[in-house]
Write a new protein. Structure first.
Length: 424
């Protein structure tokens, strides 16, 4: 085989790696590497030199590692053997992928196995030529986009199945609605596949799931779509499945009237269904059939409503066997604990937090259960200690002061002295 003068590659862009067919080279051979390409020299199955874009003469300046291995003398036309590979580092954005056969996925909404097909495309670029050649290309003569999809088919098929199934469960949707989440699904799968491709010197630029579909002629899909169509029809008509089945039975009975028991069953079914339909229509219009009134009471602690036969409140657990009425502290009128004012004198209902009794305005102790209340500071409103403090521990203000006329101690905020009537 003659020594070649020029080594270059101008093939299709779908090829990611291509081996120059002739290995007879010399120190006068011209190597032309196009933009977005790299040339890699192999000798004995090992990588020795990598050259970037440009025109190179294969001498000791350009391939120092290989010439040192071969001991090529400097100067003159010295022949040698080496394999030259061209690696395409351009962005390949139209690599197609797809599921060759339907994958079975359980629909979380309808609890049935549904066959699913999916397809799309992805884009890659070779980031590390040496790692790409050693780990993936090997000894093949040509490595193109079809080879890429073939090598990683098992990886993306597994991830497609797992990703679709996990999305259906997490979103709680049917397979029939999964196409609304293609963007999220594409981003998720890109994040899953990218680390694996990087181990082979490949950067995953994008990954798109273009469509997820089900076979139209599959028996399961035909039945499911038929059931969904019937459900939509019943929703439009305003009936449920039980009513629809009853109407179907009645229609068949009218078309083929039977004898005796069959006629009686038909009449019974008609009467029951008519009653249900009438009740449903009355409920829809806000009308209820006559029924005995149910008496309700209010919880004395939280105010929640309860039936009169309940023993404990279903909201707070308090016993309900206590009096649900109190007396006004001013006029003694009996009133409900749900009232906010006395219906006789209009005095506000001030309930005791312990027993619910109506407390007098400004009272410091419940007259029924004896519960004591802390005195509020007249200046800041914070509770005062039980001892006879003269200054508020919260704001530091004087709680009592002296009348300037008779020197009687009076509470802070008092406008007139209770002893002499002096204005403060």
């Amino acid at each position: 085989m003659a020594i070649v003068d020029v080594v270059k590659y101008d093939g299709p862009t779908r090829v990611l790696a291509w081996k120059f067919p002739n290995s007879e080279l010399s120190t006068w051979t011209k190597l032309i590497v196009n933009e977005s390409q790299e040339a890699i020299f192999f000798k004995g199955g090992r990588v020795y030199d990598v050259l970037g874009p440009g025109t190179h003469t294969l001498d000791t300046n350009n391939i120092p590692l290989l010439t040192e291995l071969l001991k090529i003398p400097f100067g003159g036309q010295s022949p040698f053997k080496a394999e030259v590979w061209f690696v395409n580092k351009a962005h390949s954005l139209d690599i197609k992928w797809g599921t060759p056969s339907p994958i079975q996925i359980q629909d979380p909404t309808y609890k049935i196995l549904i066959p699913v097909r999916s397809y799309g495309q992805f884009g890659v670029t070779v980031d590390n030529s040496q790692k790409f050649m050693v780990k993936l290309v090997g000894v093949t003569q040509v490595f193109d986009q079809d080879s890429m999809t073939k090598y990683f088919r098992g990886l993306y098929l597994t991830q497609v199945k797992d990703s679709i199934a996990s999305y259906l469960v997490r979103k709680k949707i049917s397979v029939m609605e999964i196409n609304a989440y293609l963007n999220e699904l594409s981003d998720h799968m890109k994040g899953v596949l990218k680390p694996t491709l990087e181990d082979y010197g490949i950067t995953l630029l994008n990954f798109y799931v273009n469509d997820i579909s089900v076979p139209e002629d599959d028996p399961t899909i035909v039945k499911l779509k038929d059931a969904l169509a019937k459900k939509a029809e019943m929703d439009i008509m305003g009936v449920d499945y039980r009513q629809k089945r009853t109407f179907d039975v009645l229609e068949g009975a009218f078309k083929n009237p039977g004898q005796g028991a069959a006629t009686g069953a038909m009449n019974l079914a008609l009467g029951l269904e008519t009653g249900r339909a009438l009740a449903g229509q009355m409920g829809h219009l806000g009308l209820n059939a006559p029924s005995s009134p149910v008496k309700t009471v209010s919880c004395p602690k939280c105010g929640a409503k309860a039936t009169e036969n309940q023993k404990f409140c279903q909201d707070c657990g308090s016993p309900l066997g206590v009096r649900m009425e109190v007396r006004c502290d001013k006029c003694g009128t009996v009133m409900s604990r749900d009232a906010k004012f006395c219906p006789n004198c209009g005095d506000p209902y001030n309930p005791c937090p312990s027993c619910g009794a109506d407390l007098p305005e400004g009272g410091l102790k419940c007259p029924v259960c004896g519960l004591e209340f802390p005195t509020p500071c007249p200046l800041c409103g914070k509770p005062l200690p039980a001892n006879n403090a003269k200054f508020c521990p919260s704001c530091g203000g004087a709680i009592v002061s002296k009348c300037p006329k008779c020197q009687t101690e009076i509470p802070a905020g008092t406008k007139f002295c209770p002893s002499c009537g002096q204005k403060i």
